[in-house]
Design a protein around this ligand. Structure first.
Ligand SMILES: Nc1ncnc2c1ncn2[C@@H]1O[C@H](COP(=O)(O)OP(=O)(O)OP(=O)(O)O)[C@@H](O)[C@H]1O
Ligand SMILES: [Mg+2]
Length: 321
């Protein structure tokens, strides 16, 4: 492998089962050096399991993972030094200060006292927590804790960063901040990034997306490729009464009940929308047309909605009646 792939990842035919139940099945993935790849999938899809394997915390049943020129199975310790990880579950020591959490991490990674001091100052500045360096982490907001976890993952200057749902549960400002730090790190340090998320609207800015469902990769591509290949516009509507709902479901067999109680119908070509509105428009409490998005890509591929923990911003919305 050439130097251009020194910090890339190649996953080949990876499978894993827990107690006989397959949770990852024949995964092939490629993450180019310096790129940002998002793994998008609903609850239980296998994202964390895959992350744990990539972070050398879990040995897969079969398959091969190369991080640059290192074979994960043969050089797990070298791999651990090369990577940084932000785990889904909080893992800071909340009894310690921000600085102490970073210092301790540096110590584990064998950084000298001087290096630890220098690096902790750098990463605290990066995530805008320098003013809180001596505060006890217990007093931090969720967003601050997450930022500190990112800082900690960067302490030993990894060349690949794994982030498992880094923004789940955070307010929009905290989420935006985190994405901007990560984007900055790609630009300044060519840091390869693999992130998992439920938030479809957050994966649009990544170079490449893998969609995972029930342990299998079901699609991959750039956001643009995925939308042009699988994306469809969607009608989301709320029928006025049960009779309308029944009639609608019978008229459009592909219609799907959505998690929010509405009904989703893939918008077909031609005058389908006119025909739909002509017949049902006056009998809907609400209608919204979603442009092709990664949410509709997932829906089109699986017939189910990806679990969204915060409502996505609708592209177009119109009240009817
Ligand atoms: N240690 C374990 N033992 C047994 N089953 C497990 C274990 N860890 C995960 N699983 C199961 O493997 C499947 C995949 O779980 P995983 O945590 O990887 O999914 P996920 O995509 O990260 O989900 P979430 O979005 O909820 O974080 C789930 O069905 C889960 O119950
Ligand atoms: Mg998970």
């Amino acid at each position: 492998m050439g130097t251009e792939s020194a910090n890339g990842i190649e996953i080949t035919n990876l499978s894993h089962a827990f107690a006989g139940r397959t949770v990852l099945s024949n995964i092939d993935m490629s993450v180019p050096d310096g790129s940002s790849v998002a793994l998008l999938g609903p609850n239980g899809a296998g994202k964390t399991t895959l992350m744990n394997i990539l972070c050398a915390l879990l040995t897969p049943d079969s398959g091969r993972v190369m991080l640059g020129e290192m074979d994960l199975a043969r050089q797990p310790d070298a791999v651990r030094r090369k990577i940084g990880a932000v785990f889904q579950d909080p893992s800071l020591d909340t009894r310690l200060s921000a600085w102490e959490n970073l210092d301790f991490h540096g110590l584990i990674y064998g950084l000298s006292r001087r290096e630890r001091k220098r690096r902790a100052a750098e990463v605290l500045e990066l995530v805008e927590l320098d003013a809180w360096r001596d505060e006890i982490v217990r007093t931090f907001s969720g967003g601050m804790k997450r930022r500190l976890e990112i800082a900690r993952a960067l302490m030993h200057q990894p060349s690949i960063l794994f982030l498992d749902e880094p923004t789940t549960g955070l307010d929009p400002q905290s989420r935006a901040r985190i994405w901007s730090y990560l984007e900055g790190l790609r630009a300044s340090d060519n840091l390869t990034q693999v992130i998992t998320t439920h938030y479809v609207e957050e994966v649009e800015d990544h170079d490449y997306i893998y969609i995972i469902d029930q342990g299998r990769l079901i699609a991959s591509g750039t956001p643009h490729e995925l939308k042009s290949r699988h994306g469809t516009s969607m009608i989301r509507c709320l029928p006025r009464d049960a009779t309308t709902e029944e009639e609608l479901m019978a008229a459009y067999p592909e219609a799907m009940p959505l998690a929010d109680g509405r009904i989703g119908i893939t918008l077909g070509a031609g005058d389908m929308l006119d025909a739909f509105l002509g017949r049902f428009g006056a009998r809907l409490r609400q209608i919204q047309i979603d442009e092709p998005s990664l949410a509709t890509v997932f829906l089109a591929l699986t017939g189910r909605e990806i679990d969204q923990r915060t409502p996505g911003a609708p592209k177009k919305a119109a009240g009817v009646q």
